[in-house]
Ligand binder design. Structure first.
Ligand code: CLR
Length: 261
């Protein structure tokens, strides 16, 4: 009873380090702030326009656009979203202290996966539409891109994620843990990433315990499913580059080109 409420005694014993409750709280605050400051669209704002969908003739208008034009437009939006994901990474405690090589390794591997997670926030699973240029768009609006299979895999993933109904806290932790993945090959200081990952894991589990949400861990989509979508994205990009050698690729933003060469 003497020790009750003393954060130093309420710490969790781990192989190499002790994490106090105070440290867990700070970490939670950090991860959640990093997410909310970089998530572009607040959940409550998206909620307000959730039912504003493009009309049939607007959809038709998008479908008439040339393939390279639609690609350029989508790639531009994706790049802006990834810029925010880079910003998210930079705000996570410890990320900027990794060496620059490892920062790039993690972002190259994780940026698209994080975008897929964020996509589920902007998805209306009741009518299968996704937020795009101010309104909600159905799958066939993107027809002229020539990758319906990819986009429908993305929509399916959104469905699975929506079913879990992640809170912004959970989304923040899940994103941070996917990004700080110590198993990425080519990391030079694996142990540093490992130690950040362990702390996140403890903090995430602690949050889930307190909110009685441990059951979501079994419901989150398999990592392989995210990876396979990223793979297909790369393949589609390759096909597109072959169709429009030179010029279209050069008009893509440098950040996108750097991450997806
Ligand atoms: C995801 C959540 C981000 C903001 C954001 C920006 C760009 C959007 C993306 C969201 C969702 C998916 C999206 C994308 C632009 C194009 C893409 C609508 C809302 C569609 C699915 C087309 C993908 C085509 C390629 C992979 C070629 O905070």
């Amino acid at each position: 009873p003497e020790f009750h409420g003393n954060p130093n005694f309420a710490s969790c014993l781990l192989p190499d380090h002790l994490i106090s409750m105070a440290e867990l709280d700070l970490l939670t605050q950090n991860v959640v702030c990093a997410h909310s400051e970089t998530c572009q669209f607040l959940q409550e704002n998206l909620q307000v326009i959730r039912w504003e969908t493009f009309s049939q003739s607007e959809v038709h208008g998008f479908q008439q656009k040339p393939m390279d034009h639609m690609w350029e437009r989508c790639v531009c939006h994706i790049t802006n979203a990834i810029q925010q994901i880079v910003e998210f990474a930079k705000r996570l405690n410890g990320f900027m202290e990794l060496n620059p090589n490892d920062q790039i390794v993690l972002l190259k591997a994780g940026a698209m996966e994080l975008l897929l997670l964020r996509m589920s926030r902007a998805f209306n699973c009741y009518n299968n539409t996704i937020f795009f240029e101010g309104k909600y768009a159905p799958l066939d609006l993107f027809q002229s891109l020539g990758c319906n299979d990819l986009i429908s895999a993305m929509f399916d993933l959104c469905h699975s994620l929506c079913a879990v109904n992640l809170s912004e806290y959970e989304m923040a932790f899940y994103s941070a843990m996917i990004l700080l993945d110590p198993t990425q090959p080519w990391l030079q200081e694996k142990e540093k990433v490992q130690s950040l990952h362990v702390k996140l894991d403890v903090a995430f589990r602690n949050l889930l315990r307190r909110t009685h949400r441990e059951s979501i861990l079994g419901k989150l989509p398999q990592r392989g499913r995210l990876l396979s979508i990223c793979q297909v994205h790369m393949e589609k990009l390759k096909v597109f580059r072959q169709m429009y050698p030179g010029m279209a690729w050069e008009r893509f933003p440098p950040l996108y080109r750097e991450l997806f060469v």
